[in-house]
Design a protein around this ligand. Structure first.
Ligand code: PMV
Length: 336
């Protein structure tokens, strides 16, 4: 039996602007998806996923890959989840075949557990895919270097998400730490100190495609919207310089996060629930707070080294769940 786990992520800076060639800084968080893979004696693939949270729905299923289980949730969500797992298994078989493994098509029992809310901008699907490819390829007798793992995981996301995926989630989940992404150029930022994140989740999810299209239209119609996107790029560059310094200046990073949220809000991708959580975190003493991911609903991230923001979010109407999540520096782990 082989086990792997991989972290989720938040965007410290730069979502949306990254679509137009600006850099972004996603950061891996210590909330993981864990995948267990065990060879079977036959050629079937069985998937057991306990308590995966799909945009607020909790699902438990057990069944053969390729079958859509009957569940009281929108089938598109279940099909997407199964698509990620099928894609990960196909990549692992490919890796095993290339490595000359004896039985790359062996049947597999796959178990999935995730602490990351699905579809909320925390990179849950990337974490599942990264951990599944790593565990399945090792169970099938092949070893994949991290760069190649990140690339194969990206291919799965790209296919399941109809070409809409960026490399940010899969690269960040594989490598861990704070990461810089600009187009296809992904690299880890070395020497970043601890970042005490607090995440607030409103229990919903925005429609990424629609939100990206909205920003694109604004940017085409108005020079000031294009300038806003470029200004987000400037924030990212300044944030990167701060992260590369000897100390991690939480106050200055927080100020940039606040500014970044304001610009995202100007681009129309915030929501009442996200603004309420951002303000609750700020007013309770967080260094800064912003939405993370596509927006429209989902999660905010605050930088807070006291207990204040976490407690304030627990009492914020519209916040369904709040948790601390330190920066994860490991990325994919060969174990739980
Ligand atoms: O919600 P997420 O974590 O998938 O992030 C979307 C980030 C965008 O910049 C809005 C889109 C993208 O593909 O980069």
């Amino acid at each position: 039996m082989t086990v792997a786990s991989a972290p989720g992520k938040v965007y410290l800076f730069g979502e949306h602007a990254v679509v137009y060639g600006e850099p972004a800084v996603p950061c891996a968080i210590e909330r993981r998806a864990r995948v267990t893979v065990e060879r079977r004696d036959d050629d079937r693939v069985r998937v057991d996923a306990d308590a995966l949270t799909l945009s607020g729905f909790t699902v438990a299923w057990g069944g053969d890959a390729g079958e859509t289980p009957e569940l009281d949730v929108p089938t598109t969500l279940v099909e997407a989840a199964m698509g990620y797992i099928d894609g990960a298994v196909a990549q692992a078989r490919d890796v095993a075949r290339e490595a000359g493994a004896t039985d790359p098509d062996a049947g597999l029992n796959i178990g999935i557990e995730s602490e990351i809310p699905l579809g909320a901008g925390l990179g849950s699907s990337a974490a599942v895919v990264v951990a599944a490819i790593d565990a399945a390829s090792r169970e099938l007798g092949a070893d994949l270097p991290r760069e190649a793992l990140a690339d194969r995981a990206y291919r799965v996301e790209h296919e399941v998400q109809d070409g809409q995926a960026s490399r940010a989630d899969t690269f960040c989940s594989t490598m861990g730490g704070a990461v810089r992404v600009q187009g296809d150029d992904c690299r880890r930022l070395a020497g970043v100190g601890n970042l005490p994140f607090v995440v607030g989740y409103d229990g919903s999810a925005g429609d990424t495609g629609e939100l990206v299209a909205g920003v694109r239209a604004l940017r085409e119609d108005h020079d000031f919207a294009a300038d806003t996107v470029a200004a987000i790029g400037d924030i990212v560059r300044e944030g990167e310089t701060l992260l590369r310094g000897q100390e991690t200046p939480l106050g200055e990073l927080g100020e940039l996060m606040d500014f970044n949220h304001g610009l995202l809000s100007a681009l129309g991708v915030s929501a009442r629930s996200l603004d309420a959580m951002v303000w609750a975190a700020r007013e309770s003493g967080a260094h800064g707070a912003k939405l993370t991911g596509a927006g429209g609903g989902g999660c905010i991230v605050a930088l807070d080294d006291s207990a204040g923001a976490r407690t304030a979010l627990d009492y914020t109407p519209g916040c369904e769940e709040a948790f601390r999540a330190e920066l994860d520096t490991d990325g994919v782990r060969r174990g739980p």
